[in-house]
Design a protein around this ligand. Structure first.
Ligand code: SAH
Length: 363
C-alpha cells in the first residue's frame, strides 16, 4: 500500500495512473461502488477537488486514511507540474505547466474589477502558422487530452484568493481549439456540472482561426458558447499572408459559418483583429472590413499585438488603432480595443513555452 504522505506527482506519472480530475461525479460514484466504498464518499471527494481546491490527498481529512490510500494508489492528483509561475504588476498570473511527457503549455489568469478571466490552451504547439504568433513557431506536437485541458482550470483556480472565483474562461491559449473539439468539449461539459464550477456556457469564449466545418459542428451541439473568430484581414490575399491556413478556406466561407453559428445559438460572433503596423492597419483596411461585416451580427475586437522577440513584426500605434476603431464604429459596427494584460510577463500565447523549444525552432 502506498503511503499518501510520500506519494508525489512524479510517482503517479511513472505509474501512469489516470488523474482524479478526469472523472465525472457519476464515474467517481461508480468507482466507489466498484471498490465497496459508500457512494456518498464520491461527493465528499468532489467537494475537496473543486470548491475546497485541495492540492493533495492528505488535505482530505474527513476521508478515512484507508480511502485516501486507495485513492492515491488508483489515481494521480495533477499530471502536470508547475514549471514556472509569474505574476505581473497588474496581477495577471501565468503558469507554464510541464506535462507528463515533458511538453509545455501555458495558461493565464487576468483580473479586472468584478471579473476573473482565465485563458487556457488546447494543444501543444499549433499547426496554423499565423505569422505574428509565438504558439505555432515550432508547429504542432499533439492535442491536449480532456484531463489536461481541465487540469489547467483546476491549477489556475488554486492560485485565486479564497473569496475569488473564475467568472469567465477564454479558450485562447496555445493551439487551435476547433482542431481538438473531441477533447475540448467534454472538458467544457465538466465545467457545467453543479459540483465542479457550475459554469454557464455563455461565460466561455472559444477563439478559432476560422475552420468553417468545425464552426458549424459547434453550432449544432446546443450550447451557447461565445465564439470569437480571428479574422486579422479584410481580404483573402492579405489574410493568407498573415494566416496561412486561409489559403484553402477563404473569408466568405468563414463569415457564412459564423452567421450559421449566430442563427443556431443566438450568439453574436466576435471578430478578432490583431493590428500589425503597416500590414493590416490602414484606413483602407478598416473600410474594407466595414464592407465585409456591415450587415452581419458582428462585434470587432481590435487587439494590440504583443511583441514577440523572435519575430520582426510590430504592433500598430495607439493612434492608428483609434483611427481604425473610429471607422468601424462610425459605420455602426460595435468595436472595442482590447486592453493589454500582463505585458511585463510576456502573457501572449506561446511566449513562455518559447525558450523551452528554442532549439527546435532554430533547427
Ligand atoms: N487558434 C485560435 C486560438 C488561439 S490564439 C485562434 O486563432 O483564435 C488566440 C488569439 O490571440 C487569436 O486571435 C490570435 O490571433 C491572438 N494572438 C496570437 N499571437 C498574438 C500576439 N503576438 N499578439 C496579439 N494577439 C495574438
Amino acid at each position: 500500500m502506498i503511503d499518501t504522505k510520500e506519494f508525489t506527482v512524479l510517482d503517479a506519472m511513472e505509474l501512469k495512473l489516470p488523474t482524479i480530475f478526469a472523472l465525472s461525479l457519476p464515474e467517481l460514484e461508480q468507482w466507489c461502488l466498484d471498490h465497496q466504498i459508500k457512494k456518498y464518499r464520491a461527493g465528499q471527494i468532489y467537494r475537496w477537488l473543486f470548491p475546497m481546491r485541495a492540492k493533495s490527498w492528505e488535505e482530505m481529512t474527513d476521508l478515512p486514511l484507508e480511502l485516501r490510500e486507495k485513492l492515491a494508489a488508483s489515481f494521480s492528483f495533477f499530471t502536470s507540474e508547475i514549471e514556472s509561475h509569474q505574476i505581473a504588476s497588474d496581477r495577471t498570473e501565468k503558469l507554464l505547466l510541464k506535462l507528463h511527457d515533458r511538453e509545455f503549455v501555458e495558461c493565464v489568469v487576468m483580473r479586472e474589477p468584478n471579473r476573473t478571466t482565465i485563458c487556457i490552451s488546447t494543444q501543444v504547439g499549433c499547426a496554423m502558422g499565423c505569422v505574428f504568433c509565438a504558439s505555432g513557431l515550432a508547429g504542432l506536437t499533439r492535442n491536449l487530452t480532456t484531463a489536461e485541458i481541465l487540469e489547467q482550470i483546476t491549477q489556475l483556480d488554486r492560485l485565486l484568493d479564497e473569496q475569488e472565483k473564475i467568472t469567465n474562461i477564454v479558450v485562447m491559449g496555445i493551439g487551435e481549439p476547433l482542431a481538438n473539439l473531441a477533447n475540448l468539449l467534454p472538458a467544457l461539459e465538466r465545467l457545467h456540472e453543479g459540483k465542479t464550477f457550475n459554469f454557464g456556457s455563455r461565460r466561455i469564449t472559444i477563439s478559432t482561426v476560422g475552420l468553417p466545418e468545425k464552426i458549424r459542428e459547434l453550432a449544432r451541439i446546443g450550447k451557447r458558447y461565445s465564439l470569437a473568430v480571428s479574422l486579422h484581414a479584410s481580404n483573402d490575399k492579405l489574410r493568407t499572408e498573415i494566416v496561412p491556413v486561409n489559403k484553402n478556406i477563404g473569408i466568405r466561407e468563414i463569415l457564412e459559418a459564423a452567421e450559421y453559428y449566430f442563427e443556431q445559438t443566438g450568439r453574436r460572433v466576435t471578430y478578432e483583429y490583431v493590428l500589425l503596423s503597416g500590414i493590416n492597419d490602414s484606413p483602407r483596411d478598416a473600410k474594407q472590413l466595414v464592407t465585409l461585416l456591415k450587415n452581419r451580427h458582428a462585434h470587432v475586437n481590435l487587439i494590440p499585438m504583443n511583441a514577440i522577440s523572435l519575430l520582426d513584426i510590430g504592433g500598430s500605434s495607439q493612434e492608428t488603432a483609434r483611427t481604425f476603431s473610429h471607422i468601424l464604429n462610425d459605420a455602426g459596427i460595435v468595436t472595442t480595443i482590447r486592453k493589454r494584460k500582463g505585458a511585463d510577463i510576456d502573457a501572449a500565447c506561446g511566449q513562455l513555452r518559447l525558450p523551452k523549444i528554442h532549439d527546435q525552432i532554430k533547427g
